[in-house]
Design a protein around this ligand. Structure first.
Ligand code: HEC
Ligand code: HEC
Ligand code: HEC
Ligand code: HEC
Ligand code: HEC
Length: 325
């Protein structure tokens, strides 16, 4: 018999608690974070929505045991110290990656920079945000002997069920539900018509069609287009070579090191490209700079893009790191 995640009466009680607002700890109101979020968004990734144990939530991690495996560790949903994914050039990546082709940006671009499929530094994010793979789909589960090489590229729920703790109803994904009770969708609850309408996730469902998103897998201007650098685009620092390939970055503090608050371009074999992680750091970037313990810049951005009212950054500061406009 399947256990339901929550009894209806409890769901109503939770909705009432959340709806009333009085029970909710407000983090600072900043553009991009939901003001009702239980995540303090400071200190470390543990206090953000990228903590998939959900231990930061008001009710606690067991609430979500119906729809995802609870590995009880935070990094494990994305990284493993051993047995990492060999199919993708990303740091100790523990997640299944999607090998299907994406529909890529197709609008005319001013500089006609070459564009291709999303690179590794986008495939990481898309492994949850395109909705084809559940956030708990990992290759190397905690404990010894719980390793499945096939999970590098195949979303296999039988493998995930072998964990035995959690996901009693199904492995929820960040995609539109097929119906009100669809156990395969986080949005069955997390949408404006769902029981947690205060935490709607519609905007975070990126999908496999990237035509309405800022281009990724697109080359930054350089070389023969050099004349456009300095006219249309700011010139990045080009000297840094790291272990996973070469990186260009906007060296704001001039220390020739790619700090987390400096947007970067990745070369993983197709020249220097803009990817999801050019603009976002999935671990969070403190508003006061990498060494500070301030709240993170909303939406996991490397550079604040709004927040004129909190005074923490230049308006559209992220866009104006690369684009001269
Ligand atoms: C059956 C309903 C239900 C489903 C399905 C569900 N959630 Fe939740 N979720 C909740 C409730 C209720 C809360 C509020 C709990 C709290 O704040 O203690 C919540 C809170 C959260 C939060 C914290 C929100 C915040 O910022 O405070 C995150 C993150 C989250 N859920 C992620 C997910 C993910 C990812 C999935 C799919 C794998 C999912 N949820 C599926 C009911 C659900
Ligand atoms: C939600 C997924 C996710 C979680 C959880 C996560 N990371 Fe990451 N991490 C990433 C991604 C994606 C990258 C690659 C970023 C890029 O493309 O530059 C990364 C990169 C890294 C890197 C290398 C590059 C860098 O940014 O420093 C380290 C080290 C790292 N993570 C450590 C950790 C640790 C330690 C934890 C747990 C406390 C953790 N991560 C949790 C997604 C995650
Ligand atoms: C990391 C560098 C970088 C950042 C940050 C960045 N862009 Fe871009 N953007 C590019 C590159 C490279 C292209 C492709 C240029 C081309 O081929 O025309 C591009 C393309 C675009 C285009 C396509 C239109 C065209 O004709 O070129 C628009 C519009 C755009 N960016 C707006 C934005 C906005 C708005 C932001 C802030 C949310 C932003 N960009 C942030 C690098 C960046
Ligand atoms: C392990 C799965 C997973 C990976 C990998 C992942 N995310 Fe997320 N992300 C989530 C979940 C779950 C949430 C919370 C639910 C939601 O907001 O959709 C979230 C939320 C977000 C948010 C919204 C935060 C907010 O509250 O406003 C942004 C922005 C984001 N992710 C960007 C990224 C980027 C960029 C990457 C890659 C560098 C990435 N994510 C990798 C699962 C993931
Ligand atoms: C050129 C910079 C740039 C790139 C590249 C980029 N993003 Fe974002 N992203 C942003 C900005 C800016 C926001 C905040 C938008 C807002 O507050 O409405 C954002 C918001 C988000 C959100 C939160 C939902 C929302 O609409 O606010 C998610 C999830 C997300 N990005 C995921 C991704 C993923 C996945 C990729 C790669 C496929 C990616 N981003 C590539 C700049 C970028």
């Amino acid at each position: 018999m399947k256990r339901t995640l929550l009894k209806t009466s409890k769901i109503i009680a939770i909705s009432a608690i959340i709806g009333s607002g009085s029970f909710v700890t407000f983090s600072a109101f900043a553009d991009g974070w939901n003001p009702l979020t239980a995540a303090t968004n400071r200190g470390s990734i543990l206090n953000t929505r990228h903590n998939l144990t959900m231990s930061f939530t008001l009710i606690g991690e067991n609430l979500h045991n119906g729809i995802r495996n609870n590995y009880k560790e935070v990094c494990i949903y994305c990284h493993t110290p051993h047995g990492a994914n060999t199919q993708v050039n990303a740091p100790l990546w523990n997640r299944t990656v999607n090998t299907n082709p994406y529909t890529i940006y197709d609008k005319p671009t001013t500089l006609n920079r070459p564009i291709g499929q999303p690179g590794p530094n986008s495939l990481t994010c898309l492994s949850c945000h395109d909705g084809t793979i559940s956030p708990d789909s990992i290759i190397n589960m905690p404990g010894s002997g719980k390793y499945n090489e096939k999970a590098e590229t195949t979303w296999n729920t039988a493998w995930l069920d072998s964990w035995g703790e959690g996901a009693l109803e199904g492995h929820g994904r960040l995609r539109e539900p097929t119906g009100p009770q669809d156990p395969g969708s986080c949005l069955r609850c997390h949408s404006k018509d769902g029981i947690v309408a205060n935490f709607p996730f519609e905007a975070f469902v990126i999908g496999e069609d990237l035509r309405n998103d800022h281009p990724v897998g697109i080359q930054y201007p350089e070389g023969p287009y050099g004349a456009d650098v300095g006219v249309d685009f700011f010139e990045p620092y080009k000297g840094f070579i790291n272990t996973s390939g070469s990186m260009w970055f906007h060296d704001a503090d001039g220390d020739q090191y790619p700090d987390k608050n400096e947007p970067r371009m990745y070369n993983t074999g197709e020249n220097f490209e803009v990817e999801c992680a050019s603009c976002h750091d999935p671990h969070g970037v403190p508003i006061g700079g990498p060494d500070s313990n301030t709240e993170f810049i909303p939406s996991f951005l490397r550079v604040s893009n709004g927040n004129v009212h909190t005074g923490e950054g230049q308006s559209s500061g992220l866009c104006l790191t690369c684009h001269i406009k």
